[in-house]
Structure formats: structure tokens, C-alpha cells
Design a protein around this ligand. Structure first.
Ligand code: SAH
Ligand code: SF4
Length: 398
């Protein structure tokens, strides 16, 4: 039974003025200098003010910025906007999972505005937002829906950060807003609606390194959105040369999409393995700066029936990870129309999980959430959207 509720699409008129939402401090400073000639001695103060209003207060309008002089507010308004990407569709699952289809502002005259999906998963003690780092993905993992998409581009750091801003707005989690009234959003003293971010939506974050790194900086800035870096997890299919850089330059938590314990199979499931095989990948994990028992690396393992789910593979997994501070996440495969795999049977997943658990790993099986709205990570472009995109493309080609 599908209990998904669809909200009417929002109509935000696209502003031609560049939006300041999602910029870094350096980006804001540059915008002020170049567009309105703010004198150097004022820049720090102005950036701090904008930062507070944009990221702490969630302001949508310059007129709300009451500690900024009226003249300055008018100048800001003349040159910039606080436009967010448009929420084209919102779906709410029976279990409280929410999925938003978000349309980014067009980057040029030909661009119709890229669409990405963003999923919110509420649990008793946390709220996790699954964000996208690219539109589509070039990597073609055979079990992943995103890999089948044609269009690919990197999201800017602005577009990555905007996903959290849009989510918090929808969840009523900025001062002055009220949360939607269904009791499923974590709340209470010190509990934020979104406490964790995972880069497990569309795209390979480490193929868009600078934008992801800058976005992590903004998301974790204590004067603004204030997420803890430990609660921001970047998931990669194994772009080995960028893993060390992530540790050195960002300090985000690392997750590895392992999915197989032999190169022969991993070559098929995650074709990037041909370039960076398991041994090299695990060495990069051993060397990951900052990994410790308190900051473990997550290894994701998607359970594919009869493909990678035998007890022998569970034992090999444990052997391979010896010496790495690791957590293991077993992910039931989420089928999509036309997928060449099936999800392992529950009893098989349990057996696999028991072996991993006996070796000393907490091995939570990620419970499928929001299945009624096709909201699983790695599968963030629902069939309806694909059909719509195809119809649009067909219309354009006509
Ligand atoms: N490109 C990055 C992050 C996005 S994919 C990566 O591959 O890690 C996020 C996670 O979802 C990955 O672990 C991916 O393997 C997993 N995933 C993709 N498709 C899936 C599916 N159909 N069912 C379950 N997990 C899937
Ligand atoms: Fe890309 Fe990750 Fe999907 Fe592989 S699993 S195709 S890397 S998004």
C-alpha cells in the first residue's frame, strides 16, 4: 500500500539576480567586493552578517536582515537574491521518509534546470538527509539506478548546500517556522530535524571534490548550519587518489561502497574497481587520516541474491577489514524497474550479518525506508521522473 502524499509544486519565480544562498565566506566576500564595491574594511563584518541571516536564520529576504543598514539592504537586493532551488515535488512516505525533487536554477540559456532528489529519513534520535553531489553519475555500477542516467554534471557547492536549506525549510527547522504536524520528525531540546548528512544520493562525491569539500565546510560552520563533521559522511565507490585528500582537507566521515570481496566480482558490480582494485582501496582506508575507533570508516555492502551474499563472502569480508577501524552496513538491494539483480532473502542477510557480528562488528542492516516512494539511497531518481525526463527530451527532439 502506498501512502505517499503529493504536495502541490511550489512556484518560485526564477530570479535572474545571482543567489547568495550556498556560497562560502570567500564567495560572499567576492560577491560584495565585485558587485557592490564594499570597502575592504567592511567585508568581514558584512560577510558575518550575511552568514548569520542566510545560514542561521534561514532568511528568504534581505528586508529581514534588521541589523544591516537600510541602504546596504537595498544594495544587496538590487544585485543579489536569496533564491533557493525549486521544490518540484514532495512525497511523504508512511514511515515519515520524505523525498523532494529539487530543480536547480538553470546554468545557461540552454539549461532547463537540473533535477536532483534529496531524501530525509527521520529516526528516533536523528534525522538523516541524503544529498546528491552530481546530476547522474558516470560510473555505471550495475546495481545502481543513478548510473543508468544520461545527463551528468557536477553540482556546485551552492547547489549541494541548498539541499539542506530546502530540507530544513520544508521541515520547519529555521527560526520562526513550524514543523509539519505528523509527529514523525525528531524534536525536543537540542534535537535538530536534520542532524546527519550522507552524500549517498546521486553522483560520485569524490569526482566533484572541491565542491563537496566546500559544501562540508559550510554545512559544518558553527555560526550557521552547525552540523558536526562527524555526522557528515561522504560515500565513495572508491576513487582512491581523492580519499586521502578528503581526510586531509575536509575531515568528513568516510564510507566505502565495497559490495564485493573479490576483484573479479567487484570489477562487474563497481567498474571503477578495474582502475582501483580492492587492495589499493583498502590501503587508502588504512591510511585515511583521522580514522580511529571513535571515527570508524563505514563499509557499505549491498545484498544481491546469489551474487555476493554467501557465508564464505561474509568471512572474507571480515578478514579483509582486519586492522581497519570499520563499521559494516549491509544494505538490502533496492530493486528498480529493469534491474538485473534481486535482493537477498531475509534469512540469508541474517546469516551474513551474524558472521559479521560474531567477528566483533556491529552490523546494522539498513532497514529499507520509504520504499513506497522509491526513496532508497542510490535510487534517487524515480521511474516517474525518468519517464517525464524522457518525454521532455522527446519533445525537444521533435
Ligand atoms: N557514488 C557514491 C555515493 C552515492 S551511492 C557511492 O557509490 O558510494 C550511495 C550508496 O547507495 C552506495 O553504497 C551505493 O552502492 C548504494 N546503492 C546504489 N544503488 C543501490 C540499490 N539499488 N540498492 C541499494 N543500495 C544501492
Ligand atoms: Fe555512481 Fe555510486 Fe551509483 Fe556507482 S553506486 S553508479 S558510483 S552513484
Amino acid at each position: 500500500m502506498t501512502l505517499a502524499a503529493r504536495a502541490a509544486p511550489e512556484n518560485i519565480s526564477l530570479s535572474s539576480k545571482p543567489s547568495l544562498v550556498g556560497l562560502t565566506r570567500a564567495g560572499l566576500a567576492e560577491a560584495l567586493r565585485e558587485k557592490i564595491g564594499t570597502p575592504e574594511r567592511e567585508i568581514r563584518m558584512r560577510v558575518a552578517q550575511l552568514w548569520h541571516w542566510i545560514y542561521f536564520q534561514g532568511a528568504r529576504d534581505f528586508s529581514a536582515m534588521l541589523n544591516v543598514s537600510k541602504v546596504m539592504r537595498q544594495k544587496l537586493d538590487a544585485h543579489f537574491s536569496l533564491t533557493r532551488p525549486e521544490v518540484v515535488e514532495e512525497q511523504v512516505s508512511a514511515d515519515g521518509t520524505r523525498k523532494w525533487l529539487i530543480r536547480m536554477a538553470p546554468v545557461d540559456a540552454l539549461d532547463k534546470g537540473a533535477e536532483v532528489e534529496c531524501v530525509y529519513i527521520p529516526e528516533a534520535d536523528r534525522g538523516t538527509l541524503c544529498v546528491s553531489s552530481q546530476v547522474g553519475c558516470t560510473l555505471n555500477c550495475t546495481f545502481c539506478h543513478t548510473g543508468t542516467q544520461r545527463l551528468v554534471r557536477n553540482l556546485t557547492n551552492q547547489e549541494i548546500v541548498a539541499q539542506l536549506i530546502v530540507a530544513r525549510e520544508r521541515l520547519g527547522d529555521f527560526p520562526g517556522l513550524t514543523p509539519p504536524d505528523n509527529g514523525l520528525i525528531p524534536s525536543g531540546e537540542g534535537v535538530r530535524a536534520v542532524s546527519n548528512i550522507v552524500f549517498m544520493g546521486m553522483g560520485e562525491p569524490l569526482y566533484n571534490f572541491e565542491n563537496v569539500r566546500d559544501a562540508v565546510e559550510i554545512l559544518s560552520d558553527g555560526d550557521g548550519l552547525s552540523l558536526s563533521k562527524r555526522r557528515i559522511t561522504v560515500s565513495t565507490s572508491g576513487v582512491v587518489p581523492q580519499i586521502e585528500r578528503l581526510g586531509a582537507e575536509s575531515g568528513a566521515a568516510l564510507a566505502i561502497s565495497l559490495h564485493a570481496v573479490r576483484d573479479e566480482l567487484r570489477d562487474k558490480l563497481v567498474p571503477l574497481n578495474k582502475k582501483y582494485p580492492i587492495k589499493q582501496l583498502l590501503q587508502a582506508c588504512r591510511d585515511y587520516p583521522g580514522a580511529s575507533n571513535a571515527r570508524r570508516i563505514t563499509f557499505e555492502y549491498v545484498m544481491l541474491k546469489g551474487v555476493n551474499d554467501s557465508p564464505a563472502e561474509a568471512r572474507e569480508l571480515v578478514r579483509l577489514l582486519k586492522g581497519i577501524p570499520a563499521k559494516i552496513n549491509l544494505i538490502p538491494f533496492n530493486p528498480w524497474p529493469g534491474a538485473p539483480y534481486e535482493c537477498s532473502d531475509w534469512s540469508v542477510i541474517e546469516k551474513f550479518s551474524d558472521i559479521v557480528f560474531a567477528a566483533g562488528y556491529a552490523s546494522p542492516v539498513r532497514t529499507p525506508r520509504g520504499r513506497d516512494i522509491l526513496a532508497a539511497c542510490g535510487q534517487l531518481k524515480s521511474e516517474t521522473e525518468k519517464l517525464r525526463a524522457r518525454a521532455r527530451l522527446a519533445a525537444e527532439l521533435d
